[in-house]
Design a protein around this ligand. Structure first.
Ligand code: HEM
Length: 950
C-alpha cells in the first residue's frame, strides 16, 4: 500500500511548496516535511494507529483532530473513509490524491500498511520450537529472515520421510509437489511439515503474556490480582447477562424454536447488519472449517468439566448463585463439556538473549487438527479418515460424486454419510464430506455449491479435451518435467487434483476480494483487500515498472530482517501478494509483474522458482490461537431463517425455519426439500446478526449435545466460547490490544462511541450495556506501584500501572479482566461499514496476509504447470471467461465478482435474481445507493419484500 502513498506524498510535498490555498494543507506540509514515521524499534514505541495533530488535520480536518484522544484508530475519521457524508467538498476517488478526500484515503492506507509492518515485526511467535532462532538468528542471518527450520522436517515415522531426503537435507520433489497434498505437507518444498495437520497453533502475543489465569509472572499478577480462573468470572453468567438476545415477543420466538409448522408469524428479535447477509455468516463458518480445528472428529479430551452457572459478583464479592438466581438467569449448572486437548503442558524451557529471559514456547500448546493451508480441506480432506468420507464419481473419478435427488434440479447433491463411513453418531443423515462437525444449512449449501463448481470445471476441461485433444494442457509432472502433457493425456487423478487447486484458489479469491470488502465496507479496505490480490498498481503499469527498477535487490533473499520483512511487505503491495514470484525475468526482482513482452524464465525444475514467492517472515506458518478467538462469530447467525420460494415470489417470506431445525442431519433433509436455489435466495436476502453484545443466537445457548450425556444434555456455546479461550491462555481484552499494537481502554465507559450525540437512543443503549459490564466484571482499588505490562508505555514514557491513569487508591474498573470475545463485541466505536471490531480486524491484517504470503500455490506455484492453463485462466477470470459489471459501483470499474459467478454457474435459476447484485454477500434486495451507503431500502423490483417493512 505504501508504494501508492509514497508517490502521493511526494506530490503532497510539492503541492505544499506551491502554497496551495487550503487550510489543512499547511498541516500536510508540516507532516510531510517532518518525514515519515519510523517503524518502531521496540514494541513499546509502536504506532498504535494514532497520528500527530497536523497529520490528522491534513487527512480529516477538525473532526479527525477532535477524536484523537480516544483509544480507537485515527484513520476511520479521515475524509472519504465512510459514506458520502464523510467526504469533503471537492473531488474524490482513487486518483485525486491531492484533494482532501484523496488524502483521507491515502492516509488510511498508509496507516494500515504501518500496522501490517509492525504486526509482522512484533507479533510472530512460533510454538513448534523455532522461536529461539527467531530471536537469536542463525548463521549470520537475522531470525525474521530465516526461511528453513529443522523443526519443519518430516519425522522418520512419516511415510514420505525417505521421499523428501530422509536424514539428509529435505526437499520435496516429484509427485509430492504437484498439487495440494492430503495432509498439507510439502506446500513449502524446503519445510515439508509446515502447515500440515497436527502442527501446533502459533501465537501472536508474547509468550509470557499468554495464560494469565496461571499467574506465572509479576506483571500478570499485578494486572489481574487473584480475580481470574477458567470459571471466573462465571462463563454462563456472562453469556446470559451480556450475550442473550432480548425478545420483544418471547412467545413468537420460543427460545429460537419458532412456531409450529414453521409459521411465518414466528419472530426472534436480533440486531441486524444492513450490509451483510446470512450467506456471509455461513461463509465464514465454512472457511474456519478449512483453516483450523481443535477438535478431533468432533470431540475433545475424555474428561468433562463444568461450564459455570455457579456464582456472580454481588456488591463486589463473588457469591454462589441461589436457585432463584439460576432460574432468573435461565442458566444450567448441570451442563458439562469435554476438556480441550493439550499437546504440551509441561513447563516450557527458557533461554536468555540480550539480557532478557524468554520462554521457548507458550506454557501450554494445542494442535491444529486441520491443515492450516487455504486448501479447501473441508471439502477434500486433511487426513486419511476425513478423506474416506469424500466420494468420487465412479463414472468419472475426476469428479466428486453428486446424486440428483431433486426433481428439476440438474446439478445434483452430495450423497449422505453411509454406515460404512467413519463418523461420529451425531452426524448421521448429513452429507458425506471431509469436515462434518457443527453442520448447518449453510455448510450444506456451500459444500454442495463447491462440489458442483468442481464438477463444472471438470466438464469444461473435458470439453476442451474433446475440442483440442493434442494441445498442451499446460500441466507438467515435476517427476518428468520435460514431457508435454496434452489434454488427452491428463489422467482423472491429475484432473481431480488440478480442480482442487482451482476451487481452493477461487475460495481464497472470493474471501479476499468479495467477502472481506463487504465485511469491511469502505473505500480504504476495498482498495487494501484488492491490493492483497491484484496489487495497488494494477492500473498503473508505468508506476509499477518504475517501482521494479527501484527494487534492485531481491528482498525475499536478503539475510537482513528489515529487507526480508518490512520492505518485502511494503513493496509486495505494488504487484499484490497473489501470484508473487510466478514469473521470473532476467535481472528482475521477485516482485516482477507479468509482462508478455519479456521472456519468462520460470522453470519447474528450479526449486527456487517453484518456492521462490513465499515468505514466512521468520516464523513457520500456522494460525495463532488468537486468530481462532476473533473468529468466534456466533452472533452472526439468526435464530430463524426467512424461507422464500424463488419460483413463486422472491419477495415473500413463506416460512420461518429455526436454524436449530436445520442443523446436523436435519440440514441435509432441509436442503433436499427446499433446494439450493431457494436456500440461496433466502440466505442471500436476509440480514445477518451484528457482532455486538446481547446478540447471540438463543438456540446456541441451548444447543442439544447428547454425546456428552450431561445432566442437561445441552451446551451453551457462548459460554463455551469464553471457556475455550481461557483454556488456551488468550490474554484478556486490554492486554490483547496492547500486544497487537492498539491503545488500551482506561474504563468501561471508553467503549461508548464518542461520536454519538449525548441524548441519542444508541448512546443510552450502550450505557445500559456498560452498566452490565460493571456488574459482571466489577472494580477494584488500584495500586499505582504495580506495573502491569511491558507491551506498551504511557504517552509520557512512564510504565503503565494498575491505576491506568486514575488516582492511586481509587476504585477502577476491572477492564483488564474482560474476555476478548466480550470486549470485541462491546466495541461500539467502529470504522464505517465494519461488521467486526477494530481489535478483530487487527488480527486479520496480519493473518489474512500471511496465509497468502506463505502459500506456494497462491504465489510462485500459481502456474499452469500445476493448475493447467484452463485452471489458471479460470481463477484469473472468475470462470471460463472474464465478465465486467455494468456501471462503476462505488466509483470503480469492476469484474463480476467470483462468488456471484460461481452461484450463477452452479445454480442457473438464480441468474435473474443475481443480475442487479454486485456483491453476493450484500443483502440481495438492498439498494446499495451511493458511495458505501449502509441504508436499508429495497432496490427496484423488491419494494414489496417483507424484510423492508421491519
Ligand atoms: C449453526 C451454526 C453453528 C453451530 C451449531 C456452531 C457450533 C459450535 C460449537 C458447538 C462449537 C464448540 C466446539 C468446542 O470447542 O467444543 C463451536 C466453535 C466454534 N465456532 Fe461455531 N457454530 C455455528 C456457527 C458458527 C459460525 C457462523 C462461525 C463463524 C466463524 C463459527 C465459528 C466458530 C469457531 C471459530 C469455533 C472455535 C473452533 C475451535 O476452537 O477450533 N461457528 N461452534
Amino acid at each position: 500500500m505504501v508504494a501508492r502513498v509514497s508517490i502521493v506524498s511526494l506530490i503532497l510535498l510539492v503541492a505544499g511548496g506551491c502554497g496551495v490555498q487550503q487550510p489543512e494543507l499547511a498541516d500536510c506540509t508540516a507532516y510531510v516535511a517532518g518525514g515519515f514515521r519510523k517503524i518502531a524499534e521496540d514494541r513499546s514505541q509502536r504506532f498504535l494507529g494514532k497520528v500527530q495533530e497536523d497529520t490528522a488535520r491534513c487527512r480529516g480536518g477538525e473532526k479527525a483532530v477532535a477524536l484523537r484522544g480516544t483509544p480507537w484508530t485515527d484513520w476511520q475519521n479521515y475524509w472519504a473513509t465512510a459514506d458520502d457524508s464523510s467526504k469533503a467538498p471537492g473531488p474524490s476517488g482513487d486518483h485525486v490524491h491531492l484533494s482532501p478526500n484523496g488524502r483521507g484515503i491515502d492516509g488510511a492506507l498508509l496507516d494500515l500498511e504501518y500496522q501490517r509492518i509492525e504486526l509482522i515485526k512484533f507479533n510472530l511467535f512460533d510454538n513448534n520450537g523455532t522461536y529461539e532462532q527467531y530471536v537469536r538468528g542463525r548463521a549470520g542471518a537475522d531470525g525474521p529472515a530465516l526461511k528453513v527450520w529443522e523443526q519443519m522436517r518430516l519425522a522418520k515415522s512419516n511415510p514420505y520421510y525417505a521421499a523428501v531426503g530422509g536424514d539428509g537435507p529435505q526437499l520435496c520433489r516429484g509427485e509430492l509437489i504437484r498439487a495440494r497434498t492430503l495432509t498439507g505437507i510439502c506446500n513449502d518444498i524446503r519445510n515439508p511439515l509446515m502447515g500440515s495437520n497436527g502442527q501446533l497453533f502459533a501465537r501472536n502475543v508474547e509468550l509470557d503474556a499468554t495464560f494469565p489465569e496461571l499467574g506465572n509472572n509479576e506483571l500478570v499478577k499485578n494486572r489481574h490480582g487473584d480475580r481470574l480462573g477458567l470459571q471466573n468470572p462465571d462463563p454462563q453468567v456472562i453469556s446470559r447477562k451480556l450475550f442473550t438476545r432480548i425478545q420483544s415477543a418471547p412467545e413468537k420466538c420460543n427460545e429460537g424454536l419458532g412456531l409450529p409448522g414453521n409459521s411465518p408469524q414466528a419472530s426472534c428479535d436480533y440486531k441486524k447488519a444492513p450490509f451483510f447477509n446470512v450467506l456471509a455468516a455461513f461463509w465464514i463458518q465454512f472457511m474456519t472449517h478449512d483453516w483450523f480445528s481443535h477438535l478431533d472428529e468432533g470431540h475433545n479430551d475424555t474428561q468433562l468439566m463444568s461450564t459455570g452457572c455457579a456464582a456472580q459478583l454481588d456488591g463486589g464479592v463473588e457469591k454462589p448463585l441461589t436457585p432463584e438466581q439460576v432460574k432468573q438467569l435461565n442458566c444450567r449448572p448441570e451442563d458439562r463439556i469435554d476438556k480441550g486437548y493439550v499437546a504440551a503442558g509441561a513447563k516450557p524451557a527458557t533461554f536468555s538473549y540480550g539480557g532478557k529471559e524468554y520462554l521457548s514456547r507458550a506454557p501450554k500448546t494445542t494442535e491444529n487438527k486441520n491443515t492450516a493451508w487455504w486448501d479447501a480441506s473441508q471439502l477434500y480432506g486433511f487426513d486419511d479418515i476425513s478423506r474416506r468420507r469424500v466420494k468420487r464419481d465412479p463414472k468419472d473419478p475426476a469428479k466428486l460424486l453428486l446424486l440428483t435427488e431433486r426433481a428439476g434440479d440438474a446439478g445434483g447433491y452430495l450423497p449422505v454419510l453411509q454406515a460404512s463411513d467413519p463418523m461420529n453418531p451425531q452426524w448421521a443423515g448429513q452429507e458425506a464430506t471431509a469436515f462434518p462437525d457443527n453442520w448447518s444449512i449453510g455448510m450444506s449449501f456451500y459444500h454442495n455449491v463447491f462440489a458442483r463448481e468442481h464438477n463444472l470445471f471438470v466438464d469444461a476441461f473435458r470439453k476442451q479435451t474433446a475440442a483440442t485433444p493434442d494441445q498442451d494442457s499446460g500441466l507438467r509432472n515435476p517427476a518428468n518435467p520435460d514431457r508435454v502433457i496434452r489434454y488427452k493425456d491428463v489422467s482423472a487423478d491429475e484432473l481431480f487434483e488440478a480442480a482442487r487447486l482451482v476451487v481452493s484458489a477461487q475460495i481464497a479469491k472470493i474471501h479476499t476480494t468479495e467477502w472481506t470488502p463487504q465485511l469491511l465496507y469502505d473505500e480504504p479496505l476495498d482498495l487494501g483487500m484488492n491490493a492483497n490480490w491484484y496489487g495497488l498498481l494494477k492500473d498503473s503499469p508505468l508506476v509499477a515498472e518504475a517501482l521494479e527498477k527501484v527494487v534492485v535487490n531481491n528482498f525475499g533473499k536478503s539475510p537482513d530482517a528489515k529487507r526480508a520483512t518490512q520492505w518485502y511487505s511494503v513493496f509486495a503491495s505494488g504487484p499484490g501478494i497473489f501470484g508473487l514470484g510466478n514469473h521470473v525475468y532476467a535481472d528482475d526482482p521477485v516482485f516482477a509483474r507479468f509482462d508478455p513482452k519479456k521472456k519468462d524464465l520460470w522453470d519447474i525444475k528450479n526449486p527456487d522458482h517453484v518456492n521462490g514467492g513465499v515468505n514466512h517472515f521468520g516464523s513457520p506458518f500456522n494460525f495463532p490461537e488468537e486468530f481462532v478467538t476473533v473468529y468466534r462469530l456466533h452472533p452472526l447467525v439468526p435464530d430463524l431463517i426467512e424461507f422464500r420460494d424463488l419460483k413463486r415470489d422472491a419477495n415473500g417470506i413463506r416460512a420461518k425455519i429455526p436454524v436449530v431445525e436445520t442443523a446436523r442431519g436435519k440440514a441435509t433433509q432441509a436442503m433436499h426439500e427446499g433446494g439450493l436455489a431457494n436456500w440461496a435466495l433466502s440466505m442471500g436476502r436476509q440480514r445477518l446478526g451484528l457482532l455486538t453484545l446481547q446478540n447471540d443466537p438463543l438456540f446456541l445457548q441451548n444447543l442439544p449435545m447428547p454425546r456428552l450425556s450431561s445432566g442437561s444434555g445441552k451446551i451453551d456455546v457462548v459460554a463455551l466460547d469464553i471457556i475455550r479461550d481461557r483454556e488456551r491462555g488468550v490474554p484478556r481484552f486490554n492486554e490483547f490490544r496492547r500486544q497487537y499494537g492498539l491503545k488500551p481502554l482506561r474504563s468501561f465507559d471508553d467503549f461508548i462511541d464518542p461520536r454519538l450525540p449525548k441524548d441519542s437512543p444508541e448512546r443510552a443503549e450502550q450505557q445500559k450495556l456498560i452498566g452490565i459490564l460493571h456488574e459482571v466484571y466489577g472494580q477494584h482499588r488500584c495500586d499505582a506501584s504495580k506495573v502491569i505490562t511491558k507491551a506498551q508505555r504511557n504517552d509520557d514514557g512512564t510504565a503503565i500501572n494498575d491505576c491506568l491513569g486514575h488516582t492511586n487508591g481509587t476504585m477502577v474498573d476491572n477492564i483488564e479482566d474482560v474476555d476478548v470475545v466480550v470486549g470485541m463485541l462491546a466495541e461500539f466505536a467502529r470504522p464505517h461499514g465494519f461488521a467486526i471490531s477494530e481489535t478483530q480486524f487487527q488480527v486479520f491484517i496480519l493473518n489474512a496476509s500471511r496465509r497468502l504470503f506463505s502459500d506456494r500455490f497462491f504465489t510462485s506455484s500459481f502456474r499452469p504447470e500445476f493448475y493447467t492453463q484452463l485452471g489458471f485462466d479460470w481463477v484469473n477470470n472468475n470462470g471460463p471467461e472474464k465478465m465486467m459489471e455494468k456501471g462503476r459501483p462505488n466509483g470503480h470499474e469492476i469484474e463480476v465478482m467470483p462468488l456471484k459467478r460461481v452461484l450463477v454457474r452452479t445454480i442457473p435459476e438464480l441468474a435473474d435474481e443475481l443480475a442487479p447484485v454486485i456483491n453476493a454477500f450484500d443483502p440481495w434486495a438492498r439498494d446499495r445507493g451511493e458511495y458505501y451507503s449502509l441504508q436499508w431500502k429495497p432496490r427496484k423490483g423488491a419494494e414489496s419484500d417483507e424484510a423492508f417493512k421491519r
